[in-house]
Structure formats: C-alpha cells, structure tokens
Design a protein around this ligand. Structure first.
Ligand code: AHM
Ligand code: MG
Length: 345
C-alpha cells in the first residue's frame, strides 16, 4: 500500500544559499553582492527566530519604555530585532543605508567595506504586540539600489517608488519560520529547518489564487470607514451561494501573518484610512511596498484604493498609506466599491 504522502528527506531540498547563488544573475550583476546581502538578511532572521523561540523562557517580553517614531510603544523584541538586522547588515558590508520602523532617521552604514550599494528598508518585527500571546509575527524588508549618480547614502536616495525595488521579502515566525522573497522573477518560500539551521526551498514559484473566500480587516473600526468600504464589507457578508458568499473573516493583527495566509489560500487584506489613522496605518516603504511587490509577482494586486501601491511616490521614510492587497479580483472589486461603481444593497 502506498503511503498517503511521501515524507521528503532534508537532502532533497535546495537551501536558500544554493538557490540565491543559482539565481544571482537576476539582479543584473554577477558580483555576488546581492547574494551576500540576502545571506546577511537570512542570518539576522535566524537570530530573531532564535530570540523568539526562547521568549517566555528568557526575559524578552514587555516594553522598552520607549515610544518609537510612530508614537507606538516599543516592545523589547522590536528593539532586539532591529539590533540584529542592523548588526548583520553592517557586518556584511553590502548595504549602505537602512531605514527601519524602529528608528526615526535613515541609518547610513559606516563599514570598512565601502562597496555596498544596497538600501534596505525594513520593519524588523511586524505585529509585535502579538508576541506575548504566542501569535505569529514577522519581518518585512524592501531592497533598493543606490542611484548610480549618488555617492553619499542619504534618505533622499532611499525615497524611491516601490516599482524601483530590486527585491522584497518577509519572514513569518509562525508554527514554522518561513522566508519568502522575490527579485521580480517569481516568488519563492523557504522554511527554516531548526535541526540544520537552514532555510529550505519548500514553496517554489508561489502563485496566489485569482479570488478567495476570506477577507481580513479590523472591523472594530467599521464606523470610521468610508461609505464605499462599508458597502463592500456588507456585500462580502451577503449570502449568495452562487458566488460563494458570505466570505469568511480572518484577522490576526500581524500584517505579515495575515498576508502570508491570504497569499497561499486566497484572500483580501485591508487597512483603510480611519478617523484615527486618516492616511491608513501601514507604512509605505517597509510594509506596503515590499508585500505589494510580492503579491504582484504572485499574480495578485495591491492598491491604495485610489491606485497601485507601487506607483506611490514617497516623500517620507515613515509615510503611511491605505492598503487593499491580495487576490486580483478581490482588490479590483474593492476599488469598484470605493469609486461608487458598485453599490450595496
Ligand atoms: P506594527 O508594525 O507596529 O506592528 O503595526 C502594524 C500592525 C500590522 O501588523 C497589523 O496588521 C496592524 O498593525 C494591526 O493594527 P490594528 O490593531 O489597528 O488592527
Ligand atoms: Mg509593522
């Protein structure tokens, strides 16, 4: 009798490092610089994962007592994750400038290797208010190249639209730890095998479905949503078995985790403008743009409600933006409701 599914041996999987080296020509150069940059990011991710897996045993829960640039209470793990990424990128020498959710200014790298021309923008620990209750959190990163005519790494050189990203990715620290990234040539996912400490290619060429059965939004804010979104939500809740409605709601409150589930299973994540956050809550440069690049590469879409996320021209490192992201048909339907072309009831 055949077993229901064959258990694959570790040696059958390609490691992240092997994969990166094979694909390094995708980023228009062959110096190995980009491969080393991704290696540095994956090393930091493993260290953050290590801290995370020990949370509750060692004293890394709780708040630092600092308020970050977003006006949010900084968690100890936020600060630890930020430190690990900055340290790994500094040591690696391929990155000349970091922008982090946990630091008000862009951070130029002072490194002995001054060849690095990559800019890394990141949310070191997204959804960190969820850590204490054992809910998935993540890291999101966006990679740009310094413009050729610029020699000094400054914030201005980092303020490029999302279409100029050379790569983007995230790490989700969940029931397993996964790193997912794209260089604009497909989306690939790697699962960390804790036994050998390697990310293994478990999810090659990820594609998101055209449409899905789930939507993710903080519905507690319903009263402050614009009319089109209110109608869209009521439409998604309407019973219509022919079109598969009502849709289910899944909302973790960790963007990375909600996004990851929707990417694999199909769904729509929304963080709209609200009274409290009139420009939306999520940050353009290190939350919306990287996940927008990934979702588009996987066949989905990302919109501000008024246009493509990747086309927004940034003016500030910590700029916020409304986000409608996920399956392409679901994003287009949301836009139609926002424009008033679709109405409910
Ligand atoms: P953070 O980067 O400070 O963790 O904030 C972003 C998070 C997202 O991960 C999540 O989707 C959202 O904020 C949840 O916000 P809310 O609690 O308002 O629903
Ligand atoms: Mg975040």
């Amino acid at each position: 009798m055949q077993p229901a599914s064959r258990i694959r041996e570790i040696g059958e999987f390609k490691t992240l490092e092997q994969f990166i080296i094979e694909r390094q020509l995708e980023v228009s150069e062959s110096t190995g610089s980009f491969s080393r940059l991704l290696r540095d990011i994956s090393v930091a991710a493993k260290l953050v994962n290590w801290h995370m897996r020990r949370a509750g045993i060692v004293d890394v829960f709780g708040q630092t007592g600092e308020i970050n640039v977003q006006g949010e209470v900084q968690q100890i793990m936020d600060a630890l994750a930020h430190k690990e990424f900055v340290r790994a990128l500094k040591r690696g020498g391929e990155c000349c400038l970091i922008g982090s959710e946990e630091h008000s200014e862009a951070i130029p790298m002072r490194t002995s290797i001054d060849t690095g021309r990559y800019i890394v923008l990141l949310d070191p620990l997204d959804g960190s208010s969820n850590i204490e209750v054992n809910v998935s959190v993540g890291t999101i990163f966006s990679i740009y190249q310094m413009p050729d005519d610029v020699s000094e790494p400054t914030l201005e050189s980092a303020l490029q639209p999302g279409t100029r990203q050379v790569a983007a990715g995230y790490v989700v620290y969940g029931s397993s730890t996964m790193l997912v990234y794209t260089t604009g040539h497909g989306v690939n996912g790697f699962t960390l095998d804790p036994a050998i400490g390697e990310f293994l290619l478990t999810h090659p060429e990820i594609k998101t479905p055209r449409t899905g059965k789930m939507y993710s939004v903080n519905e507690g804010n319903y009263n402050s949503f614009e009319q089109g979104l209110k109608e869209h939500i009521k439409w998604m809740q309407h019973e219509d078995s022919d079109s598969g409605r009502p849709l289910g709601t899944r909302y973790i409150g960790s963007f990375v985790a909600d996004f990851h589930r929707n990417l694999l299973k199909g769904g729509l994540y929304i963080y709209p403008a609200t009274h409290k956050n009139p420009e939306g809550k999520l940050r353009l440069m290190y939350e919306a743009n990287p996940l927008a690049m990934i979702v588009e590469e996987a066949g989905g879409a990302a919109s501000t409600g008024a246009g493509r996320v990747l086309d927004v021209v940034p003016t500030k490192l910590h700029q916020r933006v409304p986000v409608y992201i996920g399956c392409v048909d679901m994003v287009r339907t949301a836009e139609s409701f926002l424009r008033g072309e679709l109405r409910y009831p």
